[in-house]
Write a protein that binds this ligand. Structure first.
Ligand SMILES: [Zn+2]
Length: 312
């Protein structure tokens, strides 16, 4: 048996076909469709492309935003179009196979817990750091969803600052500690120091997260300082989550979160400096995700395989 897992993010749709062990057999990627209904059509196209005559028993979907796993509804998301779309029902009607849907951070966490950096964890937090900050919790091997939407850590006010957020409010953690914050600070720095080393190093390139992180990894000091600043804001927020959950493992993934020790070191340092009772309690391991950008899609596939088991 194989299953297809689909990760619908703010900008790209990435799908994989996996076997029962979670190994990727094939993959498919495209840009995220513009409208809510087009999203469902885009998922159908991904599944049909990957199935291509082979036996696909189930489809799982992780979507960036508020997803009701129990009803199979995509409710809303600041980065993905559509409101209250009954994705699971529509996909089941189109595809005629078992379908499961969840928040994309949840599917990413499921994959990292089963196959990646969170193996053996009993109380794992997953943070995906990219366009925003996605969060998920895996306790005792199960995703904790609250009523439905638990883990939206990116939209809690864990740091100082009142920058406007894509969710319509101000002061959310992700406005200080994710990709767009890095880009904002870099633009401010370049405006105030147009002949500086970062401006020189970027040259004609647009000021983007990947360009800044590439400069930092190449040793450019202003870019390193910006990564440090974002990492410290991330770590300050993390110290509150550590007090709340006392996790045994924190996995950091996502596009920006996966750049490595250059970011993880300032995260650990500031989490340690700002956390409660630091002298009496060891800092939890804060580790890089292992499965890369396909984790969300792999986890969606695992969720689908679980759902087949539930149906039997
Ligand atoms: Zn927000």
């Amino acid at each position: 048996m194989t299953a297809v897992g689909v990760d619908v993010g703010g900008s790209k749709l990435l799908a994989v076909r996996i076997d029962e062990a979670g190994s990727v057999v094939d993959e498919y990627r495209t840009t995220t469709p513009d409208g809510g209904q087009e999203m469902v059509a885009g998922i159908v196209a991904a599944v049909q492309d990957l199935a291509a005559g082979d036996d696909v028993a189930a489809c799982g979907v992780g979507i960036a935003g508020l997803v009701e796993h129990d009803t199979g509804t995509f409710v809303w998301g600041p980065h993905v179009a559509g409101i209250k779309i009954p994705v699971r029902r529509q996909l089941q009607a189109e595809l005629g196979i078992v379908v499961a849907i969840d928040n994309d951070a949840n599917t990413t966490a499921l994959a990292e817990h089963r196959l990646g950096a969170g193996r053996r964890s009993q109380a794992m937090l997953m943070l995906t750091l990219g366009t925003g900050i996605g969060g998920a919790m895996v306790f005792g091997g199960s995703i904790y969803r609250g009523r439905a939407f638990a883990g939206e850590f990116g939209h809690t006010r864990l740091v100082d600052g009142m920058n406007e957020c894509d969710c319509g409010r101000r002061g959310c953690w992700e406005t200080e500690a994710a990709g767009p914050a890095l880009e904002r600070m870099a633009r401010e720095l370049i405006a105030s120091d147009p002949a500086g080393s970062l401006a020189n190093s970027l040259g004609d390139q647009p000021v983007s997260g990947p360009a800044i992180t590439a400069a930092a990894l190449a040793g450019e000091p202003q870019a390193i300082a910006l990564i440090n600043q974002v990492g410290r804001a991330f770590g300050r927020g993390l110290s509150s989550l550590i007090s709340i959950f006392d996790p045994d493992c924190i996995v950091v993934g996502g596009g920006l979160g996966s750049i490595g020790e250059i970011l993880l070191n300032p995260i650990r340092k500031s989490a340690n400096e700002t956390r409660y009772a630091a002298d009496h309690n060891e800092l939890v391991p804060i580790v890089a995700a292992e499965l890369g950008e396909r984790a969300g899609a792999i986890g969606a596939g695992l969720l689908a395989i679980d759902a087949v088991g539930d149906h039997e």
